[in-house]
Design a binder for this molecule. Structure first.
Ligand code: FSX
Ligand code: SF4
Ligand code: F3S
Length: 363
């Protein structure tokens, strides 16, 4: 028998982390998972008693955006995730080895950790012969082999979840989501092009902490991160409800916070955590930065464009609400939609007066 494998806590200590840093990491993980502060103890207990989870990260047809996003996780920092919570046994982007050496390493890991490892897949799978071969084997082959003995399969990104950009028309490679070729194997979908780093680490942390897959919605997405539409938590939502819309990208009202719906925003039909967790360690997200949501976490988002053109009705929506009418209806501005010129003028005027008031108070 080999030496006893260290727990996550022990391995953190071995790497020179203090108990204090370790506890901070547990608190950050609990927050990322959306757990109550009081549940931090549960996370800490799991990290003190459980061993690191081996992870194999496969890349199919993708742009490496998911890997790039993941390695920029801020809360917790990816070095603490990678080196403490999981043991990243195979990942092309971070691999020191190259070529056949790397492929050999993968084969060893598949055998050594059979039934124990979490398989993360980034990218879509081509159905046309001749596309995507790694080390002389087809991507499809490698994927099926790795999925067969995985403890859990996580589809990171819109490509592996739904097919993504490669599946957009005319789809020359016959790209498909991994669910299309892994029949019968439960898959957790973590869509986004790419997904938010903290969402990815949060899903892994859930599996490590609770020893089971997180609760998902009908489409296999973890509810903790995909239960809200961007629109539900959007920082511009009050303007939508008030019927105040930016009319163009150089409209000064865009900077003032007006809603981007008329510029094509797909927030009303997009499920993701961007508006709550934001990007780059909580700094901002597309809408906050002035760019309409293009629905990057949704199925066929590339074909559901155009991205920046206002559409009265969004195609393939999960809601029958027409946000244009809904927004104006809420203000009660004669309830005839954004075209109700008098109503809009009133709300804009009213808003400007309020802004003026605020400015006066702040002076
Ligand atoms: Fe790229 Fe990942 Fe988009 Fe796809 O992210 S960011 S094309 S979801 O598979 O690398
Ligand atoms: Fe935010 Fe877009 Fe909804 Fe406007 S339409 S409130 S910008 S999500
Ligand atoms: Fe994507 Fe929309 Fe978020 S475009 S990054 S889901 S705000």
């Amino acid at each position: 028998m080999g030496p006893k494998e260290p727990t996550i806590y022990e391995s953190a200590l071995q790497k020179g982390y203090s108990r204090r840093t370790f506890l901070k990491m547990c608190a950050a993980l609990a927050a990322t998972m959306g757990l109550d502060y009081t549940q931090t103890a549960q996370v800490t207990h799991a990290m003190e008693t459980k061993k690191r989870v081996p992870v194999i990260w496969l890349q199919m047809q993708d742009c490496t955006g998911c890997s790039e996003s993941f390695i920029r996780s801020s809360y917790p920092k990816v070095e603490s995730v990678i080196f403490n919570m999981i043991s990243l046994e195979y990942m092309e982007v971070l691999s020191a080895a190259a070529g056949f050496q790397t492929e050999d390493a993968e084969q060893n890991v598949l055998k050594k950790y059979s039934g124990e490892y979490v398989l993360i897949v980034e990218g879509s799978v081509p159905s046309q012969v001749g596309y995507l071969s790694i080390g002389g084997r087809s991507g499809l082959d490698l994927l099926k082999e790795a999925a067969a003995h995985a403890k859990a399969v996580l589809a990171f990104g819109t490509c592996s979840s739904w097919g993504g950009i490669a599946k957009a028309k005319p789809n020359p490679t016959g790209a498909q989501p991994i669910s299309a070729v892994l029949g019968g194997i439960p898959i957790i979908r973590v869509p986004g092009c790419p997904p938010i780093a903290e969402v990815m680490t949060g899903v892994i942390a859930h599996i490590v902490t609770f020893g089971q897959l997180p609760e998902t919605d009908m489409l296999g997405r973890p509810k903790a991160f995909y239960r809200h539409r961007i629109h539900d938590k959007c920082n511009r939502r009050a303007y939508f409800d008030a019927g105040l819309f930016a009319e163009s990208f150089d409209d000064p009202n865009l900077k003032a916070g007006y809603c981007l719906y008329k510029l094509g925003c797909k927030g009303p039909t997009t499920y993701n955590s961007c508006a709550e967790m934001r990007w780059n360690g909580g700094v901002s997200y597309p809408i906050q930065s002035g760019n309409p949501c293009i629905g990057c976490s949704e199925q066929d988002f590339w074909d559901n464009g155009p991205f920046y053109t206002h559409q009265a009705k969004l195609p393939f929506t999960q809601t029958t609400i027409n946000p244009e009418k809904w927004g104006a209806g809420i203000v009660g501005a004669t309830a005839v939609g954004v075209a109700a010129h008098a109503g809009i003028t009133f709300t804009i005027k009213h808003h400007k007066e309020k802004e003026q008031d605020r400015g006066d108070r702040n002076e």
